[in-house]
Structures are given as structure tokens and as C-alpha cells.
Design a protein around this ligand. Sequence first.
Ligand code: NAP
Length: 367
Amino acid sequence: MGRRSFLGFLATQYDPLPPVEPQDLSGKTVLVVGANIGLGYEAAKHFANMKPGKLILACRTVEKGKQAAHSTILFFPFEIFANVAPVILTAIKEETSFENIEARAVDLSVSQSVVDFADLFVKEEDRLDVYVYNAGVALDTHTRTVDDWETTLQVNDLSSMLLTVLLLPLMLKSPDPKFSPRAVIVASDVHFAAVITPEELASPNLLETFNDKEHCTPHGDIQRRVMSGRYNLSKLLNVFFVRELASRLPANSPLIVNAVNPGLCHSGLSRNARFPTSLFMFIFKALVARTTEMGSRPLVWAATAARHREHDLRGAYVSDSGVKEPSDFVLSEEGARVQKRLWNETADALTKVSPKFKAIVDEYLSG
Ligand SMILES: NC(=O)c1ccc[n+]([C@@H]2O[C@H](COP(=O)([O-])OP(=O)(O)OC[C@H]3O[C@@H](n4cnc5c(N)ncnc54)[C@H](OP(=O)(O)O)[C@@H]3O)[C@@H](O)[C@H]2O)c1
């Protein structure tokens, strides 16, 4: 069954992952969303080494993407105690000698920015073969976006579903019989620890409950629980989204969608953690975290490897460069019901953001 023990987690953290297997990406377009630092930046370097037709870095600003491609920078990932040291990020072009890198801007905490990004991308690009939605935040305090969503929920979940669906037609546009397009959503093993309470389940709309300000900021003990568990929940929602999307694609669709767990890695992800969580993360990461490069290998594996057994990757949960079972809850009947419910509720919310979203769901996916 889909369980993780702490000892099992530690064992995999210390187990070195196999190096990235270079694949032939010639003529292919690769898009990494959230590529200026961390796992996305390291994954982008691996893709650049495979010399695709084009590598596109989608970052909060064009400058951040250009910087990752062209300039060596010193990145300070921490506020206090959140990471070990400043990191030198070498220019991807310099390190890989790959020239065809483009930067595009998208702010995933603003739904209009996601819609504009997708519109322009579909208009200007003629294909999309490898798509990695890597961007994410881990906030344990409640903040709201301009769209009135709780920030982690919007960046990690709503925007991943919105962008992935808006890019679906392009991914399906130029099928190459020898190369199935891949869409990879970066999830996490922390989804094993996510809890959806009976009270939340009993509410009329689960997504609205997760987003509700009063729910996110209640008084007393519960206050810590809701927001301290928010990141884990957002990663559970990633796994649900991937499984539901895969189940709605036609069985013979060339598109392979999967969720990937990079393991615990050094990156900028803990930069918003507050004391004492920041101190705990500092010590814990110093002891067990994978290097950022090591953590990027499962992303690249999920996006390019195992071409001879792609069927196994459909809707799969990829971890440690292999297909693994997701949590018992995901595999349970209750989990399957929640998965469908969340799809429907999120689709309703995203249809209000973009009518194209519904049109694509109706045309390309089954009900
Ligand atoms: N590190 C781990 O231990 C670990 C473990 C499991 C899963 N993950 C997942 O791995 C993925 C990558 O995280 P990471 O560890 O590499 O963290 P990171 O170093 O903080 O990188 C996160 C990336 O997401 C981008 N991003 C965040 N909010 C954005 C927004 N509103 N608009 C556009 N881009 C935005 C960041 O851009 P800015 O620099 O502009 O903020 C950055 O490029 C995340 O999905 C995370 O949940 C990480």
C-alpha cells in the first residue's frame, strides 16, 4: 500500500539517485515553469544539456529568466536559518553551451497573468513537447492574492491546473509518433502527511472551505494546523489533479501526465518559514537534504525518461526516478471521491477566470 515510514524516507534521502540519462530532444520545445532558482533551474540545465529545439524558462519576470540563462548570480535563499548558504547560480548558457533559451514572464499568483502567458505562448509557439510545472511556494501564514485566493492554494494548485489545461491543445498539436509529449507537475512526498478533516469534507464546497479566510485564520490551536498543513495539502491536490487529468484524457492520447516527488532538497523553498520552523528546517535540511541538482533528477526523469514503458507513467506518481504508489488516502475510495469533487470545484472556479478553460475541458477531456 502507499505508505511512507520515516526510516524509509531517510533511506531514500541518502540513496544517491542515478545520473540523468540524456534523451534526444532535438527539435522539441521544453518549458520549465519556475526556472530561475532551485529545482527548476537545475532541471533546466539538464534539459539544456540535451540540446532541445528550444528551452523556455517561465519566471515571475523576464529579467529573472534571462538572468538564469545568461548571468552568473549569487542567490541568498534564506531569511533566517532557512537555508545553509548563499548559492552561486551559473548562467545556464555558459554551463551547457546551449544557446536557444528564451525567458517568458508569468506571475502564478495572478490568474490574469497565467491566462495572458498561456494565450501568448499558444500564439507564438508552434509546439510544446516537455512541460514541467515546477513553481511552488510553502507559506505557513495566511496571505491573499489579488484574486482573493490563499496564496499557496493559488500558486501551487489553481495556477497549475489553469496553465496545464490552457496549454493542452498545444501539447497535443504536433504529435510525433516517436515522442509522446509529457506534462509533469512537481508534487511531493509531504502529500502523505496531508489531512482533510471530516468538517472540511462535510462543507458544501471543499475548495471554497480551503480558501475561506476564517477557515485559514481561526483562533487557538486550529490556527497553526490549517496553515501549517497548507503546503502538504497543496501537494496532495497536485497528485489528485494529475490523476484526474490523466483519467480524463482519451486512453490513446499521446500526452503523458505525471506528478513527481523530488525528495527533500536544498532550495529556496523554506525562505518564508518562520521561527522555529525555519530553525528546524535549517537543521533537518543540513542533515538529510539532497543537493538541488540531485533533487532535479526525478523531474527530468519524469519529463523525459522511460520511453519504452510510457504507459506506466500515465497519471503516475514518480519518486526517486521510478513510479511509486501515492498515499493510501489517494488510493482509497474516499480519496477517489475527493479527487473528482476537487476537480469539479476547481474547474468551476477556473471557468470563471477563463472561458477557454471550459472550452478546452469540453473538447479534449471526458466528463
Ligand atoms: N525543495 C524541496 O525539498 C522540495 C520537496 C518536494 C517538492 N518540492 C517542490 O519543488 C518545486 C520547486 O521548489 P524548490 O524547492 O525549487 O523551491 P524554490 O527554490 O523556492 O523555487 C520555487 C520556484 O517557483 C517560483 N515561483 C514561486 N511563486 C511564483 C509565482 N507567483 N510566479 C512565478 N513563479 C513563482 C520561484 O520564483 P521566484 O524566485 O520569483 O520566487 C522559483 O523559481 C515546488 O513545487 C516545491 O513544492 C520541493
